[in-house]
Write a protein that binds this ligand. Sequence first.
Ligand code: TEU
Length: 552
Amino acid sequence: MTKQPTHWWQSATVYQIYPRSFADSNGDGMGDLPGIVSKLDYLQQLGIGVIWLSPIFQSPMADNGYDIADYEAIAPIFGTLEDFDRLIAEAKARGIGILMDLVVNHTSDHHRWFIDARSARTSRYRDFYVWRDAGSDGGLPNDIQSTFGGPAWTLDEASGQYYFHQFAKEQPDLNWENPEVRAEIYAMMNRWLDRGIAGFRMDVINLIAKEPDRGITADGPKLHEYLQEMHRETLAGRDVLTVGESWSATPESALLYSGRDRRELSMVFQFEHVMAQWHETWGKWQPKPFDLVGLKRIISRWQEALADDGWNSLFWGNHDLPRAVSKYGDDKGYRVESAKMLATVLHFLKGTPYVYQGEEIGMTNVPFTSIAQYRDIETLNMHRLHLEAGLPEADFIAGANENGRDNSRTPMQWSAGPNAGFTSGTPWIDVNPNHTQINVEAAEHDPLSILAHYRRLIALRKEMRIIVDGRYRSWLDEHPDVMAYTRSVADQSIMVVANFTARSVTVDVPQALRRKWVTVIGAAAPADVLPATLSLGPFEANVWATAASVDG
Ligand code: TEU
């Protein structure tokens, strides 16, 4: 086994904040930077080492900040540069680094580069974006579709050319072929790094090297060349965490992004386990039933492929995904049990875990009944397009309530009080009515809370090297209800065994695991050697350790 170099971010846990929905300090109904500062003690107690902030830059907010109008300025709704400097300093004093969200596949159409670029074909910034003449039929240059629905090309009437956008038309794609664009981005990254941030989460980094004339959107031929250039120009010599978002990543490409000699990124977010649950035609708006065997196969493939080189990121949720407990657990009868089970399963895997705000108290999906309650640009666009294409309204709302992005964007539930203690004003999106039961204050008073469980898991990763280093091995691959894996070093193994159902189940224990175990988390291990059959209650998850490697 090749020894991996050790990095600080391999034993740290990252916490993602969606600033708009975290904590509002000034009563305007939107979260802000001083609000985040006021919650740093809470985050320190949780034990996290890093905060990933979704974008806080100046933006018209067509896509809640993923449409940046000025990379140098903080959006006034979030605060000022001074507030940001204070956040960096106060977080640092608590041992927490700040990751910024680097959104450089595209800008906002309000960015000065784009405003100038569209002013004339001869603009000095024209080539910062991707412009094409109409196709031979006088229409769109080609049929590439945008992720948010509709064509990826919008006609700019004044200049008679189309510009390319892989997301909303308010998010024109930057032209990475242009070395000036790349130089501007690297200089900008260096300014933020010099200001003291701990790294970047890189939005849709797999899309930057698009070659639309050849129909290439993701994983363009120059992608890794650009990332290596970016590394040389910005990251080299800095001990930072970089995580690239890639919906197209495979274990093979993850090794290109994060391999130790590649000089690209620390790790990538991959989404195979997410997309495995989407419908062939209607995508996430018509979800498929949950399939644990398939999920386990994907997790194992990633754990094994990145065992000796590269690094995994581990997450159940983020600001684009439904709430973990609603998606993979049972947010009704077994909310607490299933949220803890999911956390246990994830936090003992090899990689860096990411906790999305509210996950640590088991926040759930929304119970919205009308499209009027939704705010997300993707949901609103797809609602229009899917209804036009024949999907019934009720089906769409059901799909949105299951997989829509606003599920994770309702305000953080701090208390049972008005607006969940998030704001003294009117929140920009409805607070989930279940905040009266599900909130931080209630969790703080309960030693058996989901929150207490997360604190323990995050602490364990810092205490037990085996969680960082141990070799992964899966067991019971074909069992439809139970996930089981071990992590091993030369003289120790830990075993995770978890029931993903609301029923009691039994499993046949493989011979190699029939040993004497001690309890790390969950139910007490049997006093003796583990018997041939093991019973697990609904959503029960146990982690046990033994003083030898089970890998033989
Ligand atoms: O997401 C990339 C992305 O492709 C998602 O929009 C995802 O495909 C979609 O939710 C699935 O239906 C990133 C950001 O995380 C997201 O919030 C932004 O909207 C998007 O990029 C554009 O910047």
